[in-house]
Design a binder for this molecule. Structure first.
Ligand code: MN
Ligand code: MN
Length: 450
């Protein structure tokens, strides 16, 4: 059961070259699609360019047809229709396209002590101290009362300003430095520094007034328009290679855009599969998958009804096999004490499979059956895919979850299968290029099987 590094396994081939090239495109995607809405736009555009059409406009589908369904602009389902009836089951790869971040509050604009700020409310599991004194960008939409949508993208353009949240200088931080890391930076202090010049025409709230004037002039949005906005504060900057050997990629949003991207690219390579191949890209996984763009809602079933209105969805799901494709926590020697190494993913050694996630006594998780695991092992071995079985850290250490349990609740056989990361949920997470490429290969193998 020794794990072999992919570089060693494929040493006499062009595998590394292919993995490196694949990750160049992946990096470009990460740099441009920093919100779930932008991911939906990116994948929809690319799907259309590859012959996919809107399932809502289709008059019945046949084998080889490629369709997509955009759900609420924040989640997406894509399929290549297979030769068999979907009642025989589909081959489903489900990933999520939301990532931890700071959202602007409904009424975010404020001023204090000569500075204007935007108030935030964090989304998903973050370590708050990681978000101060680091360059940030703003992305999102403002929907005005008349329905007009103003797109916001500030911070990554060459001449854009960036945004910052200030931190205390060490000289005055003795009290702060003595606090627990969960308390050193309180959520209400995650205020985005947005300006410092006064408005020469205003009598009070001079700095806030100056900011509102800029927003009005540049973006035609008023203070009230923030009520109907979704603006996300995300790390500024492009995805970059890490290390002298450039073997890794650092980026915002690997979790879980690495699985979304590799699954999508794999779907483009499926040809006409035996079973319908489906890639589902969900929103709101980081906050529990609630809401009508999250995996706990019914949009997958709705999509399947559009694909085949006469199919019995319960039967479809009972015969479905799903890879819940999400990132895993790679063994990190700097924090070895929270891992049980034998059951931890090792960087560069291939796709990570988790039969269950959850915490403590496997609480809050589905579990892949022995029969399913045998089926998956067989597919991956037949296609020379490297995979490693793992858990999320030591038994008593903590835990987490994915969309797996919600798909399992529909009746499908589900196993978690994704890319292991270092610094998961940090503003910049790290993935191994060969693990990214191996995930892509694995998803092709899975979707074209049986
Ligand atoms: Mn995830
Ligand atoms: Mn996550």
């Amino acid at each position: 059961m020794a794990k072999e590094h992919l570089l060693k396994k494929h040493k006499d081939t062009d595998y590394k070259k292919k993995a490196d090239a694949f990750c160049e495109d992946y990096k470009a995607f990460l740099t441009t699609a920093k919100t779930e809405r932008l991911c939906v736009e990116y994948f929809t555009e690319k799907a259309k360019a590859n012959g996919f059409t809107d399932v809502l406009a289709s008059q019945g589908v046949k084998a080889g047809d490629k369709v997509y369904y955009v759900n609420k602009n924040r989640s997406l389902v894509l399929a290549v229709i297979g030769e068999e009836d979907i009642e025989n089951g589909i081959n489903l790869v489900a990933a999520h396209i939301d990532s931890p971040r700071l959202d602007l509050k409904p009424a975010p604009v404020t001023e204090e002590g000569g500075f204007s700020y935007l108030r935030t409310h964090y989304y998903g599991g973050i370590k708050k101290y990681q978000w101060v004194a680091t360059p940030l960008a703003l992305y999102g939409v403002v929907v005005k009362k008349n329905g007009e949508t103003v797109k916001i993208a500030i911070g990554d353009g060459e001449n854009d300003p960036i945004f910052m949240i200030t931190d205390l200088l060490p000289h005055l931080a003795s009290k702060q430095m003595g606090q627990k890391m969960t308390e050193g930076i309180p959520g209400e202090k995650l205020m985005v520094l947005s300006g410092s010049n006064p408005d020469l025409d205003a009598e009070s709230e001079e700095v806030k007034g100056a900011l509102l004037k800029i927003l009005e002039e540049k973006y035609s949005i008023s203070e009230e328009d923030f009520y109907s906005a979704e603006i996300e504060v995300v790390p500024q900057g492009a995805a970059r290679d890490v290390g002298f050997d450039r073997s890794m990629v650092a980026s915002y949003g690997h979790d879980d855009r690495v699985c979304a991207y590799t699954a999508f690219q794999a779907l483009l390579e499926t040809g006409i599969p035996k079973k319908t191949a489906v890639v589902l890209l969900a929103d709101r996984e980081e906050v529990g998958s609630m809401g009508n763009s999250g995996m706990q809602s019914r949009f997958l079933e709705y999509f399947l009804e559009e694909v085949n209105p006469s199919a019995r969805i319960n039967k479809v799901m009972a015969n479905t096999v799903c890879l819940s494709s999400d990132v895993a926590a790679a063994f990190d020697p700097m924090y070895a004490d929270v891992y049980e190494k034998q059951n931890s993913p090792i960087f560069g050694c291939g796709l990570t499979l988790l039969r269950y996630t959850g915490s403590r006594g496997k609480g809050g998780s589905s579990e892949a059956s022995a029969e399913l695991v045998a089926y998956i092992r067989n597919i991956f071995d037949a296609n020379n895919i490297s995979y490693q079985f793992a858990e999320l850290g030591k038994v008593d250490e903590g835990g987490g979850g994915t969309v797996a349990q919600y798909i399992a609740n529909l009746g499908a056989d589900v196993i978690d299968a994704g890319v292991a990361l270092l610094s998961m949920h940090a503003p910049y997470e790290i993935a191994h290029k060969m693990d990214v490429y191996e995930a892509y290969r694995a998803y092709i193998a899975f979707m074209t099987a049986r």
